[in-house]
Design a protein around this ligand. Structure first.
Ligand code: DOR
Ligand code: ZN
Length: 456
């Protein structure tokens, strides 16, 4: 048989072990993994020359801003950034225009992604007062639901709102029937509103960077976590806490896991790299929500990710224009920063420093997200039968992150000037090479929709 692609001399990294061998791809899938460099025939051969070969990254939290906010990013630029960063599957968030809260709006986004995406994509729907839309949205192909507690009702179209606990419990039950996951942005906005008003009254304003974290102390996260756990318990629904930010939040999650609540979490580089002392230097560049906190929290998040207490790394890639980030008063500066192109490299650099193993990187950025969101082992593993989503990394490559190198429309990255060792050099999506040596070489449309109910 002639294969489409062969990757020879590979050090194949899995979540538990690394083995040397050769990967054979046919029709977009991994047909075989051979320990021997056998006499195989393939149309295209990539000699990995002893480099590490990882399952492509699965990033379950990005904002590609398409449709409606495409001055910040679109599915083409966002997915090029993902491919350049070794990410082969992303889950896109629903806060676009029109917001993804019903089947009609889901279909609009799906069509855009089909045409423009270089990587595979899951599409989240909002969890709002949309009980009657839950099953139709699952049938239409969403990857999960976003319970974004940071949303104010005025940010949603007229008639849509965040439900109270009783209404939410019914929606959680409906989602649980299908075994789907609710991904939670855990902030209690009543508390945030109160803290913010108080700080503003006392004159904390322009460029008073610490006011941001003081308006959103960790108790805000704890309150939202408690609420989420109650809803999970009454409904049996799986919950995933995205961009966890505090030591106390992690402790609470561990406690509830011991009690049997089906909860998992993720953290992104913004929160495990920076801390409150960095606001002075980066200003709006690291203004994200929930807020980046104090060193004690940052350390707990990194330790939690490295050891697996925080199961997943997800970036929360959230582009905004320079005006929105740097030319407004501190309170009005929009939260979010890009990250999908740099998050795997940041982990590789930490592996080179001995702070995390390559196996754990694969686990937290490919296998675990795939498992939690029902895509494993089709995604998140290099094994026969899996989709051929593969990232080859050069662990010896030393390089400096620059704004210019970013594929995102918003070039500003807080990692500009970071000197890293380790970089993805080839990204393969469904058997097609989409990135080679930092350049996008694939075609838009290479990526496919993903969700847990697909046959494969
Ligand atoms: O900082 C953030 N920005 N956090 C979020 O949860 C949303 C995001 C955005 O959409 O800009
Ligand atoms: Zn987000």
């Amino acid at each position: 048989m002639e294969y489409d692609l062969m990757i020879s001399n590979a050090r194949i990294v899995g979540p538990d072990a690394t083995q040397e061998g050769c990967i054979l791809v046919k029709d977009g899938k991994i047909a075989a993994v051979s320990k021997e460099q056998g006499d195989f025939r393939a149309k295209e051969v990539i000699d990995a020359a002893g480099k590490y070969v990882l399952p492509g990254g699965v990033d379950v939290h990005v904002h590609f801003r398409d449709p409606g906010l495409t001055y910040k990013e679109d599915f083409s630029t966002g997915s090029m950034a993902a491919a350049a960063g070794g990410i082969t599957t992303i889950f896109d968030m629903p806060n676009v225009q029109p917001p993804t809260l019903n089947v009609e709006n889901f279909e609009i986004k799906k069509k855009i992604a089909e045409e423009k995406s270089y990587v595979n994509y899951g599409i989240y729907a909002y969890l709002v007062n949309n009980l009657d839309q839950i099953t139709p949205l699952i049938e239409a192909g969403v990857c999960g639901f976003k319970w974004d507690l940071s949303t104010f009702d005025w940010e949603l179209p007229e008639g849509w709102y965040l439900p109270d606990n009783n209404e939410a419990a019914d929606i959680f039950r409906e989602i649980a029937k299908h075994g789907y996951v609710v991904t939670v942005h855990a902030e209690d906005m009543e508390l945030v509103k109160n803290y913010t008003e108080h700080l503003k009254e006392t004159g904390r304003d322009q460029k008073d960077f610490l006011a941001h974290v003081e308006a959103r102390p960790d108790i805000v996260e704890l309150s939202a976590l408690h609420r989420t756990f109650v809803l999970s318990e009454v409904s049996g629904c799986k919950v995933h806490i995205t961009h966890l930010t505090s030591r106390r939040g992690l402790e609470l999650i561990k406690e509830y896991q011991r009690r049997g609540i089906p909860v998992t979490s993720d953290v992104g580089p913004s929160w495990f790299t920076f801390c409150a002392e960095d606001y002075e230097k980066y200003g709006g560049g690291i203004r994200v929500i929930p807020a980046i906190r104090y060193q004690n929290d940052t350390d707990a998040l990194w330790e939690g990710l490295a050891c697996g207490d925080i199961e997943v790394m997800a970036t929360d890639h959230a582009p905004h224009s320079n005006e929105e980030k740097f030319e407004r008063s501190w309170w009005d500066t929009l939260p979010g920063t890009i990250g999908v192109q740099t998050s795997l490299p940041i982990l590789l650099d930490r592996a080179n420093k001995g702070e995390i193993t390559l196996n754990r990187i694969v686990d937290c950025y490919a296998s675990q997200p795939a498992r939690i969101f029902g895509l494993y082992p089709r995604k998140g593993l290099i094994a026969p039968g899996a989709d051929a989503d593969i990232t080859i990394v050069d662990m010896e490559k030393e390089w400096t992150v620059t704004h210019e190198e970013m594929y995102s429309k918003t070039k500003y990255t807080p990692y500009n000037g970071f000197q890293l060792k380790g970089k993805p050099v080839t990204t393969i999506v469904m058997g097609q090479v989409v990135m080679q040596d930092g350049k996008i070489v694939g075609q838009p449309g290479a990526g496919k929709l993903v969700n847990p109910k697909q046959d494969w």
